[in-house]
Structures are given as C-alpha cells and as structure tokens.
Design a protein around this ligand. Structure first.
Ligand code: MN3
Length: 201
C-alpha cells in the first residue's frame, strides 16, 4: 500500500498574491513528493508498509527517523493544502467560533497566538491549532513532527497546522516569516477548519 501524493485542490497560482505559484509548485510537487517517495522507501518490505499513515504517526517512536521525518512530512502537508483555499470562508462560525472565543477570547487572539508560535519556532517546523482534552489550544512542533505523534511535547489532535519551513515562504517573503504568517490568514478556509474541528472532537 504505497503512499501517494494527493493532487492540489486548486491551481498552483490560485492562492496568489498571498502564496505565489512558484512556491506552491516546488512545495507540493517537489518537497511533498519527496516526503512521499522517501516514506515509501523507508517502509518498503516492513510491517509499516501495511499501516495507514495515521497509525504510523500515533506510534512514531517505534519507527526509524526516516519514517518520522517523511511520514510526518506527508501527513502535515496533506492537511496543509486542504485548509487553504482561493474561496476561503473568512471567519469561523457556529461551534468552532464558540470554541475559539472560549479558548482565546476571539479570532484575532487565536491568529496572534499561532503567529507567535510559528515565528518563535527556531529553525523549521509547524504551528498548530489542536484539540486537547476537548478544548482548543495552540502549540508548535520542530521539523516534520506533529501533535499526533507519541513523541510530541504537547500532544493533541491537530485541527490544522501552518508550515513555517523556509521552503514555504522564502521565494516571496525571504527572511520575513512574520509577513508570511500575517498573509496566510487570507487563504485559511474556516469552513474546512470547522469540519476538521468537529472530526477532532
Ligand atoms: Mn513544507
């Protein structure tokens, strides 16, 4: 059961000007493809080859670093493409909006908290909105780790994550990670995030 690269749900230039087409093409077609290929290589001929990705991720401490890095890379990017959209719902509604108000005091406060988590993550990693003990929380992980991994410092069910690797923003934003983090909220699709939140509960 080899893992495969999911198609981008929109054209590579669909998220411009916030995320440029060349970054999307390289990020999805080269970086994500490499995680998929290297994950398949790392699990070929082992018991892990028959397991769904989420099972690998939840028990990642049992596997070699190549499975952690590339399995994490595949999982993280797969969710990343789907929570962005050229027709993004601009604000959360209903249950998700209530939960954000309760946990953070409002959407702006959540954005600030996630941007701070992303901006202060040293080197490469991800900023996450998670469900932890039934409540929303914000955390970050290094490299291609995520909060679903049994090795994560702060564990929880990922609602969505923002990639803060330089490859996600360097062509357009150069070293200005905070500018990228400010811009990305224009393409975060709150309707998709709400679906993921309800599934995480
Ligand atoms: Mn990436």
């Amino acid at each position: 059961m080899a893992h495969t690269l999911p198609a981008l749900p929109y054209a590579p230039n669909a998220l411009e000007p916030h995320i440029d087409a060349q970054t999307m093409e390289i990020h999805h077609g080269k970086h994500h493809q490499a995680y998929v290929d290297n994950l398949n290589k790392a699990i070929e001929g082992t018991d892990a080859a028959n397991l769904p990705l989420e099972e690998l991720i939840k028990n990642i401490s049992k596997y070699p670093a190549a499975v952690r890095n590339n399995g994490g890379g595949h999982y993280n990017h797969t969710q990343f493409w789907t929570v962005m959209s050229p027709n993004a719902a601009a604000a959360p509604e209903g249950k998700l909006a209530d939960a954000i108000n309760e946990a953070f005091g409002g959407l702006d406060a959540l954005k600030e908290k996630m941007n701070a988590a992303g901006a202060t993550r040293f080197g490469s990693g991800w900023a996450w909105l998670i469900v932890k003990d039934g409540k929303l929380d914000v955390t970050s992980t290094p490299n291609q780790d995520n909060p679903l991994m049994d090795v994560a410092e702060v564990k929880g069910t990922p609602v969505f994550g923002i990639d803060v690797w330089e490859h996600a923003y360097y062509l357009k934003y150069q070293n200005k990670r905070p500018d990228y983090l400010k811009a990305i909220w224009s393409v975060i699709d709150w309707a998709e995030v709400a679906k993921r939140y309800e599934a995480a509960l």
